[in-house]
Write a protein that binds this ligand. Structure first.
Ligand code: ACO
Length: 433
């Protein structure tokens, strides 16, 4: 980060002013470094929702929202989606560069060695209701890992951090698949080494003990692709939640559980579940205009789910990739006409030509099509966000690790504009009217 240029802020009506360095990253807009502003002129900054505030510097992921660009460690998402695998992307996100063949073999073996859950965790599942949402189970079980792996909780020890990273990435598919098996009352399937990461998830999710499981390579590739597309997305709400929790020195299992909770909301990772619900409610192409009128009516709280993004003011590059994968998967499964896909494509076409969405630069995001592909692959809607959490765990862990390795790291502690009552004196209850 260079800081040769400056900006001077003068407080109107006073003789106070401050000169702030203007910092430049490798890509993206410059940022004012406001850290000394309060000391110099006694004011804070106000940016609810952190629309234009950089909360950290990071080398992991870059998004250009106007151009629709997404890079992991500098590599375009389109190239990784076409040529890489999820586990290789995990290595890249965690370590900064693509692995050599030997580095990859070691990494893969490390992840596979950690994919079982402590046997005692099986009992933990019995505490949930059978109809527990998989995200509720994931919040609980991931947080509970802190109670099982005391040997890797020292956040200041690089080796502990490395082992925790392996444990989290390796165990989340098992946790998510078991949440589903528990829902439907089937036996838990233990991970099986020899399968890839994505294959293993499909196996634990779909297989049952009495039958041999036949892996479909097209579906396995689609699963791997979905995982790559969701692996990281810079300082989004759940990642910022993980960083904020981690900034206190909390252990990584607790921090990732916080990230899962933050991802759950329909404005974030919960949107893929909400898209499918919305498409089912619309029901038919002929109902699209009335639905869009509802969305545009400011008295309604309805949103076109799967559309819009804080950063992308252009087509989300992940949405383009997933839309194509959707067609491949449906073709593989012999689904010639999927009414939901047809409806989604028509809805997208109409919305992209509607002044409301054009003026606000609202384009489909990754969630618009991910639900359709996941449904075709046999996942119930309740699993969609859980699958997102499985894929995003590597991003959360990489961002947490980067933060913990930063010597300048401080506890995250935003300020506020206080708009409550000014100071006043307590009145005993008997004297109050
Ligand atoms: N449908 C209808 N109107 C929308 C939508 C939408 N999906 N998204 C934004 N708008 C409107 C807002 O009402 C606002 O209108 P106004 O200027 O008349 O007040 C304008 O567009 C700007 O939107 P903001 O809410 O300011 O955008 P913000 O960056 O705060 O929100 C968000 C981004 C939360 C993603 C929003 O677009 C949304 O709720 N989308 C639907 C949910 C969704 O798909 N989320 C997944 C995001 S991707 C991910 O997390 C993986």
């Amino acid at each position: 980060m260079s800081g040769k240029r400056t900006v001077t802020v003068t407080l109107d009506g006073s003789n106070k002013s401050t000169t702030l360095p203007l910092l430049s990253g490798t890509l993206g807009p410059d940022v004012f470094d406001i850290r000394k502003m309060y000391n110099d002129i006694g004011v804070f900054t106000f940016d609810p929702g952190y629309g234009i505030t950089a909360s950290c510097d990071s080398k992991i992921t870059f998004i250009d929202g106007d151009e629709g660009v997404l890079l992991y460690r500098g590599y375009p998402i389109e190239q990784l989606a076409e040529k890489s695998t999820f586990l290789e992307v995990c290595y890249l996100l965690l370590n900064g560069d693509l692995p050599s063949p030997q580095e990859f073999r070691n990494f893969e073996a490390g992840v596979m060695r950690h994919n079982m859950l402590h046997e005692q965790i099986r009992q933990f599942y019995n505490g949930f209701r059978r109809d527990a949402h998989p995200m509720a189970v994931m919040c609980g079980v991931i947080g509970a890992l802190s109670a099982f792996y005391h040997d890797s909780l020292d956040v200041n020890d690089p080796e502990s951090r490395r082992i925790s990273a392996f444990r989290l990435i390796a165990k989340v598919p098992t946790i998510a698949a078991w949440a589903y098996k528990y829902n439907i009352g089937q036996p838990f399937m233990y991970p099986k080494n020899g399968y890839s990461y994505a294959e293993n998830f499909l196996y634990m999710f779909h297989a049952v003990p009495p039958e041999d499981y036949k892996m479909n390579p097209v579906l396995a590739r689609a699963m791997d692709l979905i995982m790559i597309l969701h692996a990281d997305h810079e300082q989004n709400a759940s990642t910022s939640t993980v960083r904020l929790a981690g900034s206190t020195g909390a252990n990584p299992f607790a921090c990732i559980a916080a990230g899962v909770a933050s991802l759950w909301g329909p404005a974030h990772g919960g949107a893929n579940e909400a898209v499918l619900k919305m498409l089912t409610e619309i029901g038919h192409v002929k109902n699209i205009p009335a639905f869009l009128e509802d969305v545009k009516d400011r008295n309604n709280h309805a949103k076109l789910m799967g559309f819009g993004h804080r950063v992308y003011k252009n087509y989300d590059p992940r949405a383009k990739i997933i839309q194509k994968a959707c067609h491949d998967v449906l073709a593989e499964l012999g689904i010639k006409d999927d009414p939901l896909l047809d409806l989604a494509m028509e809805l997208e076409k109409i919305a992209l030509n509607d002044k409301y969405f054009v003026d606000r630069k609202l384009y489909p995001n990754v969630d618009f099509y991910s639900g359709i592909i996941l449904k075709a692959m046999g996942f119930p809607t309740s699993m969609f966000t859980a699958l997102f959490a499985v894929s995003r765990t590597v991003g959360w862990v990489s961002q947490w690790k980067e933060m913990m390795e930063d010597p300048g790291q401080r506890i995250g502690r935003p300020r506020q504009i206080y708009t409550g009552a000014p100071q006043r004196d307590y009145v005993p209850i008997a004297q109050r009217a």
